[in-house]
Design a binder for this molecule. Structure first.
Ligand SMILES: Nc1ncnc2c1ncn2[C@@H]1O[C@H](COP(=O)(O)OP(=O)(O)O)[C@@H](O)[C@H]1O
Ligand SMILES: [Mg+2]
Length: 241
């Protein structure tokens, strides 16, 4: 499995309040696990525990067969692409420089970086000649989000974590990016964890659905099983959507 999470737990260092209470799931190549949940359910915390922005207080995270604690954090993050809602592009770097950031840190030769950047921008639907030299503020929100995805893919990681990547976009752009993402995900066949509070988005993009509720996984199954589930937590979430 690309990602294996067993009995993951997290307590706040200060007051010891439990934010994540025993979550288990695994994600294989070609799978998109959608983590659904209300605001505050623990979705972002779960992703941060997977890529060690936070250190779990219990449980085991295994990435491509290796415990996440076995490798230094830098090596771990090379194997995990991370996309967040605010994108986090460097404002004074061109689009090409943003996408080529990790390959540059890995000291790839310049011509290899340039080729990879062109390939990635094309992959996410941005013409490299038009967009490569632009600065992030010269892009639309949807275009910035595409650059964020391209950057996360730069080192070809087996695992991609996406935290409400389309959350800040207008409804039409959002729909467009959801459709394209579906195609891209099928084509790349990576293991993905996609966080959203939007049940329609989740059911469109997920090959499996996990419902997080107050730090616990209340449901884990296929989109069809989710739709048919009689679990109160699932019914409530569907009805509120
Ligand atoms: N550093 C922190 N200190 C205190 N509470 C936190 C911290 N980070 C997250 N929380 C709390 O943990 C819960 C889960 O947060 P989060 O994982 O960001 O939820 P989600 O991404 O599902 O909206 C929330 O109740 C949030 O307020
Ligand atoms: Mg969040």
């Amino acid at each position: 499995m690309a990602l294996d999470v067993k009995d993951l737990r997290y307590r706040l260092p200060g007051n010891g309040r439990a934010l994540i209470e025993g979550i288990s799931f695994s994600v294989g190549a070609g799978d998109t696990l959608v983590l659904l949940g209300r605001s505050g359910a623990g979705k972002t915390t779960t992703l941060k525990l997977v890529n060690r922005l936070l250190v779990p207080t219990g449980g085991v995270v295994t990435i491509a067969g290796e415990p996440a604690t076995a490798a230094p954090e830098t090596a771990l993050r090379r194997r995990i692409g991370y996309v967040i809602q605010e994108v986090g592009l460097f404002p004074h770097f061109s689009v090409a420089a943003n996408v080529g950031l990790l390959p540059r840190l890995e000291q790839w030769p310049g011509d290899r970086i340039a080729r990879r950047v062109r390939e990635l921008l094309t992959l996410v639907g941005l013409d490299p000649d038009t967009f490569g030299a632009r600065l992030p503020h010269e892009l639309s929100g949807g275009q910035r989000q595409r650059v964020g995805v391209a950057r996360a893919l730069a080192l070809d990681p087996p695992l991609l974590l996406l935290d409400e990547p389309f959350g800040a976009l207008d409804p039409i752009t959002r729909l467009e990016l959801q459709r394209e993402f579906r195609t891209l995900a099928a084509r790349l066949a990576k293991a993905m964890v996609f966080v959203t509070h939007d049940v329609r988005e989740g059911l469109l993009l997920g090959t499996r659905i996990g419902l997080l509720d107050a730090g616990r996984l209340a449901f884990l199954g296929t989109p069809d099983e989710f739709r048919a589930s009689a679990l109160p937590a699932v019914r409530q979430f569907m009805e509120a959507a």
